[in-house]
Design a protein around this ligand. Structure first.
Ligand code: C2E
Ligand code: CA
Ligand code: CA
Ligand code: CA
Length: 278
């Protein structure tokens, strides 16, 4: 007998709930999104606290869904990670980000802005990851020093192969950032075992720092420890001037948040860069 495809099996399964079947089709659409040209990469500026100039931008994926409109990552990234679609999505975002970042000096002459790209555990598990990153750099002409890969700390430590891949990439001059620093369970050992150049302080600490003495102490300690280790600190989710001032007082290197600019399409980023004159 002929084997049924996934979609056919679903048709003949009487017990399947409506919810399950629409999840299956959402997952299928997600798997095709990168190839169908439905993904977009938005960028959020990263601003130095030394002089409030923009030193880089973080790439944040969006899915222009044919029926549901513009979707944010929280609506599809975890599904993409479990289904494996993240491999195609991640490859797309990396390629797009390098190609866009190469053109930023036209809008910001003289500043070699970095581009931060989020990488999920699934991508780092792949044998092809190192080659695909190096290929993106070669293909776009982006210098390795301008690429920062953002990983959440839970991602890597268990896999020796993943750690080796990161070391190889760091050896090429690519920088590694630990995302959402302080929210995971193994922050400090991460700093010892990986070639980390940047820590990103989670937005929850930033919002807590002014009201909660524990958060304030944690933020200050992370910033100071990073400085001593020669690691840059970037605080996320900065929405108010008093937050910026506190972070500056602690010696945080850079900030990111709606106070400066939300994540915007590349064309808008370039406009912002030109206008901001920062
Ligand atoms: P993240 O890496 O921690 O990114 C920061 C998130 O905070 C972004 O949400 C950003 O738009 C949002 N944000 C920035 N400034 C502010 C602010 O001032 N206030 C508040 N409340 N939020 C702010 P976004 O774009 O929805 O992305 C959510 C998460 O999805 C990211 O968190 C990241 O973990 C993941 N993600 C995004 N793009 C990719 C990607 O290409 N690949 C992978 N693997 N994950 C991605
Ligand atoms: Ca990030
Ligand atoms: Ca983060
Ligand atoms: Ca976060």
């Amino acid at each position: 007998a002929k084997a049924h495809g996934k979609g056919q099996v679903q048709l003949f399964k009487p017990g399947l709930l409506q919810g399950e079947s629409s999840l299956v089709s959402f997952e299928r659409q997600l798997g095709r999104a990168a190839g169908a040209g439905e993904l977009e990469v938005y960028y959020q500026p990263i601003v130095s606290l030394t002089d409030l100039r923009c030193t880089g931008a973080e790439a944040l994926v969006r899915w222009q869904h044919p029926e549901r409109g513009l979707l944010k990552p929280e609506e599809f990234i975890s599904l993409a990670e479990s289904s494996g679609a993240i491999l195609g999505i991640g490859a797309f975002v990396l390629r797009r980000s390098c190609a866009d970042a190469v053109t930023w000096p036209e809008a910001r002459p003289g500043v070699p802005m970095t581009v931060h790209v989020n990488v999920s555990a699934r991508e780092l598990e792949s044998d092809h990851f190192v080659d695909s990153v190096l290929w993106c750099l070669a293909d776009s002409g982006l210098p390795a020093q301008r690429l920062v890969l953002e990983l959440t700390e839970t991602v890597v430590l268990e896999s020796l192969a993943a750690v080796e891949r990161l070391k190889t990439l760091a050896g090429h001059g690519i920088r590694v950032a630990i995302d959402d620093f302080g929210t995971g369970y193994s922050s400090l050992s991460t700093l010892r075992s990986l070639p980390i150049s940047v820590v990103k302080l989670d937005a929850s600490f930033v919002s807590g720092a002014l009201s909660n003495p524990v958060d304030r102490t944690v933020v200050e300690a992370i910033v100071q420890m990073s400085a001593k280790l020669g690691i840059d600190s970037i605080a996320e989710g900065v929405e108010r001037l008093d937050q910026q001032e506190l972070l500056a007082q602690f010696g945080t290197d850079a900030v990111q948040g709606h106070l400066y600019c939300p994540a915007v399409p590349d064309a808008e980023l370039r406009g912002w860069l030109a206008r901001a004159d920062t």
